[in-house]
Ligand binder design. Structure first.
Ligand SMILES: Nc1nc2c(ncn2[C@@H]2O[C@H](COP(=O)(O)OP(=O)(O)OP(=O)(O)O)[C@@H](O)[C@H]2O)c(=O)[nH]1
Ligand SMILES: [Mg+2]
Length: 307
């Protein structure tokens, strides 16, 4: 049935008049001190305020429903076929995602609270430098805010590769937080068991003060080693009886297996040693400038993935 603009307009006007009449009746019923000549104006203001209030409630509800739906999708989906963009907040994940999705920055970004997801053909160069297209690649941009870290980690389950985006300028100052986040990914059981490929995307590379990828690699290796050593010294959780003590010890042993990052005693962490010990592919380090849509190394990384 075609949309009847005139009928819709009439219905809106009728609804508006009915609302104003209702507001006037309510003002009279409550005996509010409104002069008779101002009754129409006050009723109109009441209707406008109520309408704005309803719109605000509807928007809040829609947002909450969106987040519930995304959490539901996360918990029920068993697909592990996505390129998952992770990393600290403000490092440029959403800009990199837009670059892949649209080849340009379609919208301005602010701190993400929800994921962005798309399935798109990705063009890049294979290991021999030939232009190739990978069909229907699912790419997920995960918010980096520390308060959303627990939920962010759950997206690893859907990953077939992880792209960890860092800000090449601030990474040196924020290395502790960045290393902690990276450690939680590298020591993840699912990540190690499935030998997920990892790319460290050193973004904002066009800036004069950007650190080169090799410098970032060395800085992060040192910092991850510090996190790893601190994790070794962590005390097991309290147990109130022997059964619980045994359960705690078993859980601790399992965690420790992954938290050593495959390094032998006395051996310091490096990305290469991690790859050798866990049989994960070697970590790729490369420079990007998402905001300038210079994300070729990311495209190449995606098209070179085996599956
Ligand atoms: N100079 C420069 N700025 C960038 C680049 N990429 C992103 N930015 C800027 O960095 C800021 C954060 O970018 P986002 O893409 O929103 O960062 P994010 O990683 O998605 O952040 P969260 O959603 O909070 O986790 C924005 O102001 C971007 O314009 C880049 O390559 N160069
Ligand atoms: Mg974002």
């Amino acid at each position: 049935m075609p949309f009847d603009v005139q009928a819709a307009g009439t219905a809106l006007l009728e609804a508006h008049s009915a609302s104003v009449a209702l507001a006037k009746a309510k003002i009279r019923e409550l005996a509010l001190p409104v002069p008779l000549e101002r009754l129409d104006d006050v009723a109109l203001v009441v209707v406008i305020i109520c309408t704005l209030f309803s719109v605000a409630i509807a928007l809040t509800l829609t947002r909450a429903l969106g987040r519930t739906a995304s959490a539901l999708r996360l918990s029920t989906s068993s697909r592990a076929d996505a390129i998952v963009l992770m990393g600290p907040k403000g490092s440029g994940k959403t800009c990199a995602w837009q670059s892949l999705a649209y080849g340009e920055q379609k919208f301005g970004t602010c701190t993400s609270v929800e994921i962005n997801e798309l399935t798109e053909d990705v063009k890049g160069k294979d290991a021999r430098g030939r232009e190739v297209t990978k069909r229907k690649v699912r790419v997920i941009d995960v918010p980096g805010h520390p308060k959303l870290r627990r939920e962010a980690m759950l997206w690893l389950k859907q990953a077939k590769a992880v792209v960890f985006v860092v800000d090449s300028v601030t990474v040196a100052n924020e290395r502790k937080e960045v290393a902690q986040f990276l450690f939680s990914i590298l020591s993840d059981e699912n990540f190690q068991r499935r030998r997920l490929p990892l790319m460290l995307a050193c973004n904002k590379g066009e800036k004069l003060t950007a650190h080169p990828p090799d410098f970032i690699r060395k800085r992060l290796e040192r910092e991850i080693e510090a996190v790893r050593r601190a994790a070794e010294g962590e005390l097991p959780s309290m147990a109130i009886n022997s059964k619980q003590r045994r359960a705690n010890a078993a859980a601790q042993k399992k965690r420790d297996k992954y938290r050593t990052l495959g390094q032998r005693p006395g051996e310091a962490f490096t990305f290469d040693a991690f790859a050798r010990a866990t049989a994960c592919p070697p970590t790729t380090f490369d420079r990007l400038s998402a905001v300038k849509n210079q994300v070729e190394p990311l495209r190449d990384f995606i098209v070179r993935l085996r599956h």
